[in-house]
Design a protein. Structure first.
Ligand SMILES: Nc1ncnc2c1ncn2[C@@H]1O[C@H](COP(=O)(O)OP(=O)(O)OP(=O)(O)O)[C@@H](O)[C@H]1O
Ligand SMILES: [Mg+2]
Lengths: 380, 252
């Protein structure tokens, strides 16, 4: 077991809990930095998706996980960021300025979309943001002078201050850099009064208000900040996907982003990253299984002489090749997460951590909710 | 000039006159209690004072300033804090986070300084923490500091709400049924704390309470209410023995 002795108040607002904690993060950073050396280019590309999705995850986590506002329109912010960025670099705006402009534009959209959120919540807000996303998608397909509509819009490779990031490995580091910056900035906000105000609004608007929180301002801020991160993610997304078309930024993508934060674990930044790993790596994992399961099982069949294995392998392979399987598996995992681990992958991770740090004295009951009695029950 | 003055306060919900021409004065450093049967309009008065409801008539004057129309989030800054009848804590945050949020009215940092967590933000955070720790010591909450509210028993939550209100550094503290749902022992603690809040911290208390033992123990003045209308006002003994009040409670 490990105890953290606290000797000053400043210790509680550190970025890392203690030296050990910082050590693990440094180790993780080193591992992530070294990955491209040992991985093939294909996996470097797939991991880059994790970073981009993680920025989206952080964005949505601020809004959904911390402020308790739902959005079914985040793909639209991603699209606005992507198109704006692509448009500006096409017109010769330097890369950094183009990203900054894309972020400013999405932020402005975020504030506008946030306005109805001042009066709505829950399902009504979901529908309002959904409507926004539908309108924006229509704009993408109709505003051909900027977006080229369904003809699509090619995106040039990033060149920053004369340095080209065209190579997959270079782009990997670029995305990693922006993810780390996003995480750092968001963590800063969350340990400061702004983050507390967001959490307060999530848990009790009426109490937050009575403690001096201006609900309208802080909800708008949450929308604006979330949209800003989405704009940044959109710029990177545009380069990664290389060719923008209106049907990329659909409601399905919005839902996928929402699932990302739920599967990852609402209310934690770790959850945003875990969720991104899940969402970005599920398709390639399915692709690998699709090919490797029939192959392994048929070799098992060859070795043992049992043709049953071969047949099962063929069946699984054929099933995994069917269209829509990916979405199905995704949905199934989501249902299981909500049923079995409402705190998401982060919740599971915490339990595993506690298991090892208290070994061999782990009690399952540690994570059981204590039953508390409400007033009416007590008086009975 | 009185410290806090409620003048001919009224509000209607549809046809119901939930509060109907209520006036009272709260003296600085006193404990003023509102009693009355269920649905008398006590909580509604609190919601009017904390500006959650818009009054249909009357005035609220705090330290000589008319606060009848200030926005609700300004109320804390003026020095008025409250607790809620049905505990309104931030359930999925730790007790410490709950109390730190109460320092919001004293926040000075800008969004961008927080984004970068500049040294000024760090300094303010430590200052807030020191203020919060004083309240934690005052109400003996040390052992629950890191617990999530959802995992705390009812009695502790009730004290946490009191602590949160104190963390705003109020001049006027509104307590909505501080003893409801507490056992005898917890209620006694609450009585001591209310006395300490008045005597040691010098905070004026406006309270709604059903437990007459607690009311008599701590109140300087009592107002009895029924159907939104004031019945009687005076010392705890006077009001308790007032014939109209007795009739209202016995349902006559
Ligand atoms: N938002 C509202 N809309 C409509 N009616 C309301 C509203 N708030 C309060 N009322 C009504 O106003 C009356 C007074 O309610 P209030 O909550 O102030 O009672 P109370 O004195 O606090 O009672 P209790 O002792 O049960 O807490 C009740 O009839 C209640 O139904
Ligand atoms: Mg009430």
């Amino acid at each position: 077991m490990r105890f953290v002795f606290k000797t000053s108040y400043a210790q509680d607002i550190q970025l890392f809990r203690d030296r050990m904690d910082a050590f693990w993060y440094v180790l993780l950073a080193a591992a992530v930095a070294l990955l491209p050396v040992v991985m093939s280019e294909y996996y470097v590309g797939e991991t880059t998706w994790v970073f981009i999705y993680a920025i989206c995850g952080v964005s949505l986590m601020v809004l959904v996980g911390y402020t308790g506002l739902i959005s079914l329109g985040h793909a639209a912010f991603l699209g606005i960021g992507a198109y704006a960025h692509a448009f500006f670099i096409k017109h010769g705006v330097p890369w950094v300025a183009a990203v900054a402009l894309a972020v400013v534009i999405t932020t402005a959209c975020g504030i506008i979309v946030g306005l109805p959120a001042l009066r709505m919540s829950g399902i009504y807000l979901a529908i309002a943001t959904l409507a926004f996303a539908t309108i924006i998608q229509e704009v993408f397909s109709r505003w051909e002078s900027v977006t080229h509509g369904f003809a699509g819009m090619p995106v040039e490779k990033p060149v920053i201050f004369g340095v080209s990031f065209a190579h997959d490995t270079a782009f990997y580091y670029l995305c990693l850099f922006f993810l780390v910056v996003s995480l750092w900035l968001t963590r800063n906000l969350l340990r400061a009064p702004t983050g507390r105000a967001w959490v307060a609004i999530r848990d009790s608007e009426i109490a937050a208000q009575s403690m001096g929180v201006n609900i309208a301002i802080y909800k708008s801020m949450a929308f604006a900040y979330s949209a800003a991160l989405m704009g940044l993610a959109g710029a990177l997304f545009a380069h990664k996907i290389a060719y923008l078309a209106p049907d990329i930024f659909t409601i399905l993508l919005s839902i996928q982003l929402l699932l990302l934060v739920i599967v990852g674990g609402l209310g934690s930044l770790h959850g945003a990253v875990f969720g991104a790993i899940f969402v970005a790596l599920l398709p390639p994992v399915i692709a690998i299984l699709r090919d490797s399961i029939p192959a392994t099982l048929s070799s098992v069949a060859g070795a043992t002489g049992l043709s049953l294995f071969g047949a099962i392998g063929e069946g699984v392979g054929a099933f995994l090749r069917k269209p829509g399987v990916e979405a199905g598996i995704f949905g199934l995992i989501l249902v299981l997460v909500i049923l079995l681990e409402p705190l998401g992958m982060y919740g599971r991770w915490m339990k595993i951590r506690v298991y090892f740090s208290t070994f061999p004295m782990y009690k399952r009951a540690t994570f059981k909710r204590q039953k508390t009695y409400m007033r009416s029950e007590r008086l009975r | 000039m009185s410290f806090f003055k409620v003048d001919q306060l009224s509000i209607n919900f549809g046809g119901i006159k939930a509060v109907d021409g209520v006036s009272f004065d709260v003296d600085k450093g006193s404990v003023f209690t509102i009693i009355g049967p269920n649905g008398a309009g006590k909580t509604t008065i609190f919601n009017l004072v904390s500006r959650i409801y818009e009054p249909s008539g009357g005035r609220l004057v705090f330290e000589g300033n008319d606060i009848t129309h200030v926005p609700p989030h300004r109320v804390a800054k003026l020095g008025i804090a409250r607790t809620f009848q049905n505990i309104e804590l931030f359930e999925h945050a730790s007790l410490l986070q709950n109390l730190l949020l109460a320092r919001h009215a004293h926040k000075q940092s800008s969004f961008f300084s927080e984004l970068l967590f500049l040294p000024s933000v760090r300094r303010m955070e430590v200052e807030h923490r020191e203020a919060v720790e004083k309240v934690i010591d005052f109400l003996d909450l040390q052992q629950y500091r890191e617990s999530l509210i959802v995992n705390l028993p009812y009695g502790v939550r009730k004290v946490t709400e009191l602590a949160r209100a104190l963390c705003t550094n109020p001049k006027l503290l509104l307590l909505d049924e501080p003893s409801s749902g507490l056992n005898v022992e917890e209620t006694e603690d609450m009585a001591f704390w209310i006395q300490d809040i008045k005597n040691l911290l010098g905070i004026t208390v406006l309270m709604v309470e059903h437990d007459m033992k607690l009311v008599s123990a701590v109140s300087d003045r009592v107002l009895a209410l029924n159907y939104g209308r004031p019945l009687a006002q005076g010392s705890p003994q006077e009001v308790q023995s007032h014939p109209e009040v007795v009739r209202a409670y016995l349902g006559g």
